[in-house]
Design a protein around this ligand. Structure first.
Ligand SMILES: Cc1cc2nc3c(=O)[nH]c(=O)nc-3n(C[C@H](O)[C@H](O)[C@H](O)COP(=O)(O)OP(=O)(O)OC[C@H]3O[C@@H](n4cnc5c(N)ncnc54)[C@H](O)[C@@H]3O)c2cc1C
Length: 502
């Protein structure tokens, strides 16, 4: 194996994807020389500030202290995403992380809730979620378990400043030996025989050679597409939004411990609270609304004073036909893009890195290994795609042609089957390693007003009184626990306030 072993990796790009990859490989793989090339002139996309709880695994992988990480990135805690006006105008629901209620016997909580809702004894789904109940009161603490019960505590992710996150990861990676070169790549040298990338060449003529290349060059996809012409699968017929206007603003009140996603006429707006500002953006479909109108809508719905000029980002939803081609593995925006509705892009980077480590190649770049990696990445992308489409498709809005079109469009078979099963049985089947768990799907399906015809017959095993008591007990525990948590801002001030030395 010795002579087959890869010893030199070149990462092209120093955005979130590039520096996450650099930090992870340098902290986990021995005897690897890692070189990262980035261009200050080109810069990074500069957005990407909301995450999902799996990021805590990434932090553990690279061995960073969570409080230090939050301090250095101006971060806040995230308990879920609150959706406004998605099913119908006036609707509000949350996709909260973590457990809701608890299972009883062989049945998950949601089957009892479906019965309880039919019989008028169940409250709002969110009343049985500690995350949602705490979020609504702006409260947060790290609490893995509700004391003296079998109920899980708080599940959380983070919001952070994209630029500060990159700077922080760079510090971690450089301390672990990653070598950085600043410069613009103007050409790519390939070997004539196998078509592998041999080197990237900078404006000043310097060639940086490597054995394995990681393309983190963003939407440009410098290696995977420009050099290797891998191909791109376009999903805009299912996810038609193609632009975003982003603007930061002053915080108008205490930072909420959740992201907000507010539907508008031809898209939606994010609000991401950080310690020092709020990130705002309007994701929209340019077939239905002009950039000027989208900007005006955003500015009319920003809570604090804007801190910069709004800027436009253009994108195309879809994925690279093969994320790994020859000796190039694409990560981040170079590998594909799913819009930020469920904050999954940074997760897809982390996921790609974990799978790259699992499938780390030898110099022969075994085709079976590459195929296995590509199959797994495709599966992950497609299942997340389905989940995001669900939010758009399952709407009852008739106030704009955009929402009517989303409702009437066909959806991938995998999603159609999921919706059908839910409608008929109230059931959700999570397949393989798919990212979102049953209760996540359940919150969005019911939040978007899809009502199942029935529930599992075993939920009838409880008498009506027992069922009502089951709900009351959980609601009481959740409400009492939430009310005793500190306010989110107090918790941050005590543990991880930006600008306060450790
Ligand atoms: C509107 C929007 C909102 C988003 N919100 C979220 C979110 O809330 N949560 C989430 O998880 N993700 C979000 N994302 C996605 C997230 O921003 C990206 O996944 C993440 O930032 C990774 O970007 P990247 O590193 O792949 O690309 P970039 O940030 O574009 O970095 C590309 C790098 O390549 C370098 N480069 C390019 N060409 C050359 C060259 N010729 N020579 C040298 N260097 C070069 C650049 O200098 C740069 O360093 C969002 C994306 C968009 C568009």
């Amino acid at each position: 194996m010795g002579e087959r072993r890869i010893t030199k990796v070149v990462i092209v790009g120093g955005g979130t994807a590039g520096w996450m990859t650099a930090a992870a490989l340098s902290r986990t793989m021995d005897n690897l020389s890692i070189h990262l090339v980035e261009s200050d002139e080109i810069g990074t996309v500069g957005v990407g500030e909301a995450t999902i709880p799996a990021i805590r695994l990434f932090n553990a992988l690279i061995g960073i202290d969570e409080n230090e990480f939050i301090r250095e990135t101006g971060g806040t805690f995230k308990l879920g995403i609150q959706f406004h006006d998605w099913g119908r105008i006036g609707d509000v629901y949350m996709h909260a992380f973590g457990q809701i209620g608890r299972s009883l016997g062989m049945l998950p909580f949601q089957q009892y809730w479906l019965r309880g809702r039919n019989e008028g004894v169940a409250g709002r789904l969110g009343d049985y979620s500690l995350n949602e109940t705490a979020g609504r009161q702006n409260r947060f603490a790290r609490l893995p378990q509700i004391p003296n019960t079998s109920l899980d505590g708080i599940a959380y992710a983070f919001h952070f400043d994209a630029a500060l996150y990159v700077a922080y990861l760079r510090k971690v990676a450089e301390a672990a030996g990653v070598v950085r070169t600043e410069g613009k790549i103007v050409s790519v040298r390939k070997d004539g025989e196998r078509g592998h990338v041999e080197a990237v060449v900078l404006e000043d003529g310097t060639a940086i050679e490597g054995e394995l290349f990681i393309d983190c060059s963003g939407f440009r996809a410098l290696l995977i597409e420009e050099a290797l012409e891998t191909g791109f699968e376009d999903w805009t017929h299912w996810l038609p939004c193609d632009r975003a206007i982003a603007v930061p603003s002053e915080n108008a009140g205490p930072a909420r411990p959740y992201t907000q996603a507010i539907a508008h006429k031809a898209g939606w707006q994010w609000r991401i609270p950080l310690q020092h500002r709020t990130g705002n953006g309007h994701v929209f479909c340019s077939d239905f609304i002009s950039e000027d109108e989208a900007t005006a809508t955003l500015l009319a719905n920003v809570e604090g004073r804007p801190l910069a000029e709004p800027r436009t980002l253009r994108f195309r939803t879809g994925m690279r036909s093969r994320a790994w081609n020859a000796n190039v593995v694409a990560l981040g925006l170079a590998s594909g893009f799913l819009e930020p509705l469920e904050s999954t892009s940074i997760h897809l980077i982390q996921n790609g890195i974990a799978k790259l480590i699992a499938h780390f190649p030898g110099r022969d770049f075994d085709a079976a290994n590459i195929d296995a990696y590509n199959r797994r990445i495709r599966f992950d992308y497609e299942r997340i795609r389905d989940f995001v489409i669900l939010h758009y498709h399952a709407n009852q809005r008739s106030d704009s042609p955009f929402w009517v079109r989303c409702r009437e469009m066909g959806v991938p078979e995998t999603l159609a089957a999921k919706i059908e099963l839910f409608r008929s049985q109230g059931q959700i089947v999570r397949e393989g390693e798919e990212l979102f768990v049953e209760i996540g799907w359940f919150q969005v399906l019911t939040g978007q007003n899809i009502v199942p015809c029935g529930y599992h017959p075993m939920a009838d095993a409880l008498t009506s009184d027992e069922l009502a008591g089951f709900f009351d007990d959980i609601e009481t525990i959740v409400a009492r626990t939430a009310s005793r948590l500190p306010f989110h801002e107090e918790y941050i001030a005590q543990h991880c306030a930006a600008g306060v030395p450790a």
